[in-house]
Design a protein. Structure first.
Lengths: 66, 267
């Protein structure tokens, strides 16, 4: 299925959890925050929140800034 | 003089210098500059993870979070909604409800959109955030932000990254005089004297990024800024003399050796 991650289409074997997506993308879940269809997903829900076809996911982190 | 800490919401700081994490030549230099500055709070931005370059070193590993608190910003947001969304993501990332709230109104000056800023402040305060809004050096908007529940106000000294120094010292003094929350001069500092002036005007703290990060030697400049903030603060507490148009001799007139030419006038 196709989902949108950080504004770009991504093919994944889906439906999958946030945890699975982060693992697929090799992203350290401790260093990011995740928004799923414009709602923030709490860390505790990464194992249970399921991403479906067409869903939009934002994965953000801290970078240098003023 | 008694110890001189300052408190925003529930946190008390010894250092009055808040530093950024952007634009440094390297993460290592940033870490050294942070140490040299003595800062206890640094700003960070919230951005998308680059999925094509996940090997990028994590900046966060170079921040000593045992000594330094992270202050997420909403830089790059041009609407209240975007700033609110970014603030919520920052809270999730940092596990803290503090935010340096920026709603930018103009790309060239990076001046704030104060109307949207006020709106976003109200929403985030309602959500339990400790809101530190970056705003114009305008006493009226600072007052309104305070009334909206801002934990501090952060008027700009000059445009972000401009290094022009405090452009409107009189407004800054008025803001300080009327604010009942801490005043942090945010943006515009170019060199140490600018930071000292901000503190002499009564600011509770100064926030800067570019002035340190892009200095020829960021670590040395961080030390200079630390000293300037301390010097300016101490001068403010000490109470400066009044300005006067004419001289006032420092040496006594009494006992002056009479001039061979007659009357004596001394310095």
């Amino acid at each position: 299925m196709t989902i949108q991650v950080n504004g770009e289409p991504l093919e994944v074997a889906g439906p999958l959890t946030i945890s699975a997506l982060l693992a697929d993308l090799k992203v350290d879940s401790r260093l990011v925050a995740v928004e799923h269809n414009l709602t923030i997903v709490k860390r505790a829900a990464y194992e249970t929140a399921v991403i479906n076809e067409g869903d939009e996911v934002e994965i953000v982190r801290f970078v240098g800034g003023g | 003089m008694p110890a001189d800490t300052f408190t925003i919401a529930d946190r008390t700081f010894t250092s009055r210098l808040i530093v950024g994490t952007g634009k440094y030549p390297s993460h290592q230099v940033m870490a050294e500059a942070h140490r040299a500055s003595g800062t206890e709070m640094v700003t960070v931005a919230v951005r998308r993870v680059d999925l094509r370059d996940r090997g990028a070193e994590s900046m966060r590993a170079f921040i000593d979070e045992s000594r330094i608190v992270l202050l997420p910003n909403t830089a790059g947001c041009y609407t209240a909604d975007d700033a609110i969304r970014t603030a919520r993501l920052g809270r999730e990332l940092g596990l803290s409800n503090w935010v340096k709230l920026e709603v930018i109104g103009d790309e060239r000056t990076l001046f704030p959109d104060n109307i949207a800023l006020l709106e976003a402040t109200r929403v985030l305060v309602r959500e339990g955030f400790v809101v530190l809004p970056y705003t114009n050096d305008d006493p009226v908007i600072c007052k309104k932000l305070e009334e909206a529940g801002a934990a501090a106000v952060m008027p700009l000294g000059a445009p972000i990254g401009s290094g022009l120094g405090i452009q409107n010292p009189n407004n800054m003094a008025i803001i300080r005089e009327q604010a009942r929350v801490p005043v942090i001069v945010d943006a515009g500092v170019g060199t140490a004297s600018d930071a000292a002036i901000a503190m002499e005007l009564g600011a509770d703290g100064v926030l800067m990024n570019t002035a340190i990060a892009l200095a020829g030697d960021p670590v040395a400049m961080a030390t200079a800024m630390k000293l300037a903030v301390e010097a300016g603060r101490l001068a403010y507490r000490a109470g400066r003399i009044a300005r006067r148009q004419y001289a006032s001799a420092s040496s006594p007139a009494a006992g002056t050796i009479p001039s061979l030419a007659g009357a004596s006038k001394g310095a």
